[in-house]
Design a protein around this ligand. Structure first.
Ligand SMILES: *Cc1c(COP(=O)(O)O)cnc(C)c1O
Length: 375
């Protein structure tokens, strides 16, 4: 079977991990700091903290963005506007922070949040906006900023934005890599993501002010420079066990050196499909927008009769997948259900075909040919 996901391991990762194991220092250490510095240079934003996974980065982002007083005036949980078309980690991190989800519809063209619907739903009750760059395709962050400008002019409050960049390492929005648009940005370094630590993640911050707090909260609220020998330290604000270990940092450092080439291959394969699959009856590509350069961690298409499509591809040895159930359909969030016509219009049609660095020219030609032959 041609897989939909694969884990990249750079050639020197094994040696780097062996070095960590021999060093006897497996927890927090120099490689974590080296990885953090290398990431800061790559993202172009020094205000970041590596963590143990992308979900922790989302969790920490909400905690930092919303602050300690999370309840609305009436004591009800604060409201976060979010998209249903994502991996559950995005939305369960909202619930884990004792916040409430209010669903914003999906734009059927991009599969990202519909920013017109966001503009309608943003209100003084909005405590944060959570957007997801699905498959690596950037949300238009310049347009999003205008929506927030208008909300601020209307209500005098500007909710913070959290970008779930878990699938979007390497994506570019209006000339800038993600992580440079003034928001909280959560990245995942999960095994299958463009850049992998095995498991790992990073939170990029909107500015320098929140960095000390982010670094404290990822380690129980304890200052690592504190005098723990004499127990002479204070935790002013309790935090989590979210730090990245040295093994993960060593793998991440090795993979960081090779990630550009992988992203390039994903993009090249996507451009091939854009040409080969345009106009196939019963299949619709997602929108391509000037200035929004996807990193194509996924290649989503919309197909008629998805069950037959998946069956046909499986029989041909090609793994395809819907990847996620629309999150608002889960029973644990039944109380938040709302009418979402854009999501309804695509939920049964979205499917992802293999696009990754592991495809040979023959593989991708075979995939395109199999799709074109119908289902
Ligand atoms: C992978 C992923 C996450 C979670 O990242 P982990 O590192 O596995 O915790 C969150 N959101 C989206 C959209 C993802 O694809």
């Amino acid at each position: 079977m041609i897989p939909l996901f694969r884990t990249a391991v750079a050639p020197d990762a094994a040696d780097r991990v062996t070095e960590v194991l021999r060093s006897g220092l497996l927890g927090h250490g120099p490689r974590t700091e080296e990885f953090e510095a290398a990431l800061a240079a790559r993202v172009g934003n020094p205000h970041l903290a590596v963590v143990n996974n992308g979900t922790s980065a989302l969790h920490l982002a909400l905690r930092l963005a919303i602050g300690r007083d999370q309840a609305a005036d009436d004591g009800a949980p604060g409201e976060v506007l979010s998209t249903p078309l994502t991996f559950e980690a995005t939305n369960w991190s909202i619930l884990a922070n004792h916040l409430r989800i209010r669903w914003v519809d999906v734009d059927p063209a991009t599969l990202n949040m519909d920013l017109d619907d966001l503009a309608e739903k943003i209100s003084p009750a909005t405590r944060a906006v959570m957007v997801v760059h699905w498959g690596g395709c950037p949300v238009d962050l310049v347009r999003l900023r205008r929506v927030l400008d208008e909300a601020e002019a209307a209500y005098g409050v500007r909710p913070p934005v959290i970008e779930d960049c878990a699938q979007a390492w390497g994506a570019i929005c209006h000339g800038q890599p993600l992580g440079n648009h003034g928001n909280y940005c959560a990245f995942s370094f999960h095994a299958t993501k463009h850049l992998s630590c095995g498991t790992g993640g990073m939170l990029v911050l909107p500015g320098r002010e929140s960095l000390p707090r982010a670094r404290l909260l990822r380690f129980f609220g304890i200052d690592r420079q504190a005098d723990r020998v004499n127990a002479d330290y204070d935790v002013a604000e309790w935090g989590y066990n979210f730090y990245l270990n040295e093994i993960g940092a060593a793998i991440g450092l090795a993979n960081l050196a090779t990630v550009d080439e992988r992203v390039r291959l994903h993009r090249e394969n996507a451009a091939f499909y854009d040409r080969e699959l345009a106009g196939v009856p019963g299949l619709e590509l997602t929108a391509r927008t000037e200035g929004l350069e996807s990193s194509f961690w996924l290649y989503p298409v919309k197909v008629e009769d998805r069950v037959s499509f998946i069956g046909k591809m499986a029989a041909a040895g090609i793994t395809v997948s819907a990847v996620c159930r629309r999150n608002d359909a889960h029973s644990c969030v039944a109380s938040a259900r709302a009418s979402l016509p854009g999501t309804d219009a695509v939920q049964d049609r979205v499917v992802h075909i293999p696009v990754g660095w592991w495809l040979s020219d023959e593989d991708r030609a075979y995939i395109a040919e199999t799709v074109r032959s119908g289902w």
